[in-house]
Ligand binder design. Structure first.
Ligand SMILES: O=C(O)[C@H]1O[C@H](OP(=O)(O)OP(=O)(O)OC[C@H]2O[C@@H](n3ccc(=O)[nH]c3=O)[C@H](O)[C@@H]2O)[C@H](O)[C@@H](O)[C@H]1O
Length: 432
């Protein structure tokens, strides 16, 4: 008879006779008992070892998982810095995720300037040059904002922060940005924009009191819509990129957490934000770099030589919109994971309401930089881009007086001034 024949055909019939097993054990000599206990302890230790978290600061080689790095945090000095940064002269204390990012830095700085308590959180990933993020961090530190290094997917860290500080608000700006990069690294979008959002909302929902949450959605949710200007009431079910799809998913997830847990949630659909301390992956930024280097730039055109245009929005206008949304956010109604009543759920466009063709953006840069661009006009690749965006901002105007005041010419002038001085400074530092 083979050993397989010992196993009954139905697993339900297979029962270990525990009583006889333990009875047998009881009557063994003490040496056997000792051997058994030692073996048991050894197994337990091995199990604990296998389940222990990865070593601190271990970096992952898979680029899609680069932001899963673990971080060192904790300790009295760390908590002291958090408490100091959270000190408020108003009644508002905000956790800003993505604080070392472009919008995150500007918003954190504005909140701190007006007296709010601000704690930043950022994973400093290498989607673009991390030294720029470090420079933004240094800027914020000088104004008293501490950025905790960590990932929004780290539930323990989030819980710890909520234990140390009573946040009245969360300004959730951490995300995997960029429309075209989604084709290169799709999982990073799922990781940050979906899993990270859910993780954060889970911690917020369980907090007592629950904070009100304002978060970054995107103009890209309008996808292939042709009706302009884009209004919040328009359909958003034809995203052109995975980035857009994850932001749209975020809006649906927000609905769920509002409905079940009473979280107050406000999504802001940003329209191509630009300005000083901006993102190097965005066209206005790398066009500037390439024009100065004498490299050719690709300018996309849509079908039949159509113009590709964007409702470029200056960072200071976006910051005003973020603060307006935060100041009009009502309190969440739940506590400790239980809903106590209906809570606020909002979505706003934050755009400039005047789309500009990309070729005009290049002409403005040429004038500001005093260098002629080497233009290479090509058909827009199928890369997730949409031909145009145009915001209707009447809702944000009505709700919190949102009124953009910076045109592209003025905004780019400020950007170019910053760009030249920032990179001249970097060159000088490198030469030293
Ligand atoms: O509003 C948003 O929600 C998004 O805004 C931004 O996306 P976009 O509006 O696509 O900005 P950006 O890449 O600067 O391209 C600008 C223009 O240049 C064109 N473009 C681009 C590259 C190129 O080589 N040539 C070109 O013509 C291109 O076709 C486009 O017309 C953010 O990156 C994104 O994270 C998200 O926040």
């Amino acid at each position: 008879m083979s050993r397989l024949d010992d196993i009954p055909s139905s697993p339900g019939k297979f029962k270990i006779d525990k009583s006889s097993y333990f009875n047998r054990l009881r009557f063994q000599p003490s040496l056997t008992k000792f051997a058994f206990i030692s073996f048991f302890l050894l197994c337990l230790i091995s199990l604990l070892f296998l389940r222990s978290p990865p070593s601190v600061n271990s970096s992952q080689s898979d680029p899609s998982r680069r932001s899963l790095r673990t971080f060192t945090y904790g300790g009295a000095a760390w908590e002291k810095r958090i408490r100091a940064s959270a000190r408020t002269r108003t009644s508002v204390t905000v956790l800003v995720t993505g604080a070392a990012g472009f919008v995150g830095t500007h918003v954190s700085s504005a909140l701190k300037r007006r007296g709010d308590g601000v704690i930043g959180l950022d994973n400093f990933n290498d989607y673009y040059d991390p030294s720029l993020k470090r420079a933004r961090q240094a800027l914020l530190e000088r104004s008293g904002v501490f950025i905790v290094e960590g990932d929004i997917n780290d539930v323990e860290l989030l819980r710890k922060l909520f234990k140390i500080v009573t946040f009245t608000h969360v300004m959730h700006l951490a995300a995997q940005a960029g429309v075209r990069y989604a084709m290169e690294n799709p999982s990073s979008y799922v990781h940050s924009n979906i899993a990270g959002l859910v993780n954060l909302l889970e911690v917020c929902k369980a907090a007592n009191p629950q904070p009100a949450i304002v978060w970054a959605s995107s103009s890209s949710v309008y996808g292939l819509n042709t009706k302009v200007p884009f209004s919040e009431k328009d359909r958003t079910d034809q995203p052109a990129s995975l980035y857009a799809a994850t932001k749209k998913a975020g809006e649906e997830i927000a609905h769920t957490y509002n409905h079940i847990y009473g979280l107050s949630l406000t999504g802001l659909r940003f329209f191509t934000v630009y300005g000083p301390w901006g993102r190097p992956d965005m066209a206005y930024f790398f066009f500037t770099k390439d024009i100065l280097k004498g490299k050719s730039i690709s300018i996309f055109e849509s079908a039949n030589h159509g113009t590709v245009a964007r409702d470029f929005t200056y960072i200071d206008d976006i910051v005003k919109g973020c603060l307006g949304a935060l100041d009009t956010a009502e309190k969440s109604t739940g506590s400790g994971g239980k809903k106590r009543g209906p809570a606020q759920l909002r979505v706003f466009n934050l755009g400039n309401t005047s789309p500009v063709p990309v070729s005009d953006l290049v002409s403005i840069l040429e004038r500001q930089l005093k260098v002629k661009a080497k233009r290479n006009v090509i058909k827009m690749p199928r890369n997730g881009d949409v031909p145009f965006t145009h915001a209707n901002i009447s809702l944000a105007q009505r709700e919190f007086g949102y009124k953009p005041t910076t045109d592209l010419q003025t905004g780019l002038k400020k950007f170019v001034r910053w760009y030249l001085s920032y990179y001249a400074g970097e060159k000088k530092a490198a030469a030293r």
